[in-house]
Design a protein around this ligand. Structure first.
Ligand SMILES: *Cc1c(COP(=O)(O)O)cnc(C)c1O
Length: 392
């Protein structure tokens, strides 16, 4: 029990000092979009040429530019990160009745995409230093519950196939990818990276989303760069065939022909319109500067919270990584302090929010199989995101 409530006014003052322009306007948002480049120019081009919809040069250019930036051999656009995850799981071979391992501490889209495939999420704990899927906890869970039969990983308890694993790079901080890649190889599990939050984040010098069978980015309005709404699938050289399949399935699986409407599979209308891709091309030109700005903000927060009397700890990027610091996170001493901090900051025009409710606590996933989730539970009671917009 806390006897005396901590006064977080000094922290509120510091956040306002970090964002003087927003503070002057009376409200510091959690994460505002920034449009400082060629956005209007490229949107005008779309309208002037009438290429606003599903065909246009900006779609091709955005795919090429993202591939070049991330080092992926191929990138395929789609209408949202959520749709992208659905597509990625299908491409990895996830089928109805399969199980997919993921973390309970994530945005709902990760678990929903597994459900869209008719598959069951299995929630395995996160690591304290990444807030993402823990290789050691996953290894322990597999050793107890799984076996490899005829080259396929099976859950001994449910009899279902464990087809894939979806780690998520929480708030832009890369998970322990080397260990997860090795574990997935050992257990014959497909690795699909939810890199929705980590455009601009690197693990040992390599961009997140390029380590598994497929990686997925998001360009939703609150992400590091935005296309209004949108996503991108990333593929390595060895999975180039899957990229072609992705393009086909996201465009209604239409067989190319000058006039015929013939489709050879159940496809999807998941293709990003040119007007959104135009926004994406302009935003991507600004990305390096945005990431620098976000890392500068993070550095100021890190210095401020170092040995802070309130007991608040700033969450720093894991070893061997370079994070985009999409959303800055702090860890409060306990759950009461988390609620008090949320109350005082939001009452003062400084927007903060707690980390997501754990997936296994939501009604749709209440019956899901779970490992020991002690770290995720500990973090869920303490983590708060603080303002993290790009500063111009
Ligand atoms: C934003 C996000 C997505 C995708 O969201 P969309 O709004 O569909 O683009 C997926 N997973 C995580 C973890 C996210 O944060």
């Amino acid at each position: 029990m806390t006897q005396n409530k901590v006064d977080y006014q000094p922290v509120i003052d510091q956040i306002k000092k970090t964002y003087p322009d927003y503070a002057a306007g009376g409200f510091v948002p959690l994460h505002a979009a920034t449009f400082s480049g060629n956005e209007k120019k490229y949107l005008d081009e779309c309208i002037d040429t009438t290429f606003v919809s599903s065909v246009g040069e900006f779609v091709n250019r955005f795919e090429r530019d993202i591939a070049a930036y991330t080092g992926a051999a191929k990138a395929v656009v789609c209408v949202s990160g959520t749709n992208g995850l659905h597509m990625a799981l299908m491409l990895a071979g996830v089928e109805r009745g399969d199980e997919v391992i993921t973390q309970p501490l994530t945005f709902i889209a990760t678990a929903n995409a597994i459900s869209y495939c008719g598959a069951y999420p299995v929630f395995v704990d996160v690591d304290r230093d990444t807030m993402g899927l823990s290789p050691s906890k996953m290894a322990a869970w597999l050793a107890e519950h799984a076996e490899v039969r005829d080259g396929q990983c099976c859950n001994k308890g449910t009899g279902r196939r464990i087809k894939a694993c979806v780690p998520m790079h929480t708030f832009g901080h890369p998970v322990h990818l080397d260990e997860l890649v090795a574990l997935c190889r050992e257990w014959h599990i497909e690795l699909v990276e939810d890199a929705a939050e980590s455009l601009g984040s690197f693990y040992k010098g390599r961009h997140t989303g390029t380590f598994g069978r497929v990686g997925v980015l998001s360009f939703n309005g609150n992400k590091t760069i935005t296309t209004g709404g949108g996503g991108m699938l990333l593929f390595n050289a060895e999975n180039i065939g899957l990229a072609e399949r992705a393009k086909h399935l996201t465009t209604q699986a239409k067989v190319p022909h000058r006039w015929e409407f013939v489709h050879d599979a159940v496809g999807y209308n998941y293709r990003m319109p040119n007007i959104n891709a135009a926004l994406g091309c302009a935003q991507l030109e600004c990305l390096p500067g945005y990431v620098e700005s976000k890392r500068q903000v993070a550095e100021e927060y890190r210095a401020y919270f170092n040995n802070h009397p309130s007991g608040i700890e700033f969450f720093s990027e894991p070893a061997d990584t370079r994070s985009n610091y999409w959303l800055n996170a702090v860890i409060l001493p306990d759950h009461e302090a988390q609620i008090e901090f949320l109350t005082q900051t939001n009452d003062s025009g400084v927007m903060t929010r707690p980390i997501w409710e754990l997936m296994n606590r939501l009604p749709m996933f209440a019956d899901a199989e779970c490992g020991d989730l002690s770290t995720a539970e500990w973090l869920a009671d303490r983590v708060v995101n603080i303002p993290s917009s790009v500063r111009l």
